[in-house]
Write a protein that binds this ligand. Sequence first.
Ligand code: SAM
Length: 288
Amino acid sequence: MFSYRHGFHAGNHADVLKHMVLVQVLEHLLQKDKPFWVIDTHAGGGLYDLTSGYATKSGESASGIANLWPMRRDKSIPEAVRSLLKQVALLNDGDDLKWYPGSPQLAAQMLREGDHLRLFELHPTEIKLLESHFAGVKRGVSIQGADGFASLRGCLPPPPRRGLVHIDPPYENKDDYRRVLQTLKDAIPKFNSGTYAIWYPEVARREAIQFPAQLKRLAAELPKVDWLHATLRVKGAERDGVGLFGSGMFIINPPYTLYDKLAVALPWLVETIGQDDHAAYTLEAQQS
Ligand code: SAM
């Protein structure tokens, strides 16, 4: 159960898609002068050193964030990519890319006083990393070593009734697909104005292939729920059921600005970090 360590994958193409979308959602929530919560049900370690440990063993960031990093000052690149690079640059001095923010760090560095970040994580080592990373932060962040799926209901609705729920499990256990769907079914009726961001992998596995259609069916069954679905595939499918060739983000109640931003960013990412002729994107949305 505890084999997954996000450090191996930090900054890869899937993180680029996921974190670019999260930054867009957060920027939108920040436009109003009203507090909000971010609930991250599967937090990971929070911040990753791309120059040591797991990240150097896998080298996955080379085809993701490290590929984009030299373009961070180029004003002609898509705005959504530039916004992600701006957040990464806040952690790195000068030209060397060392630190890459996981979703907790991204949220923490964007939130204001009065906003709140709730983090759930089950891996004992990742919990320790999170706790030491946020040790100096006295207010605004809470960390629980608990099952994020089971704990979400108890946080809803967040007191300001505004917020983002990020659901980002490892999916190494195929039961994660079912648990995401059940968690959404339980959560949305309690907080139906919230934005929900669900990441999932594109791998050659039945559960992963069926998952987007299941998410759309679930959204259709709930009253007043809009959605946006974006995928970024960087190479042809690997047939082993494990190799990640792309990923998707399914956003429930997305910001109205997100579709247009991604319509520019996704084709650019296909051109820039695509690895072969199978690189492609999809973007679709539905309003209730
Ligand atoms: N959200 C992080 C980010 O974007 O930087 C990455 C999270 S990683 C994909 C998934 C994490 O979920 C792992 O650290 C794993 O230990 C943790 N995990 C697995 N099952 C969990 C559960 N039921 N509740 C909370 N955390 C869980």
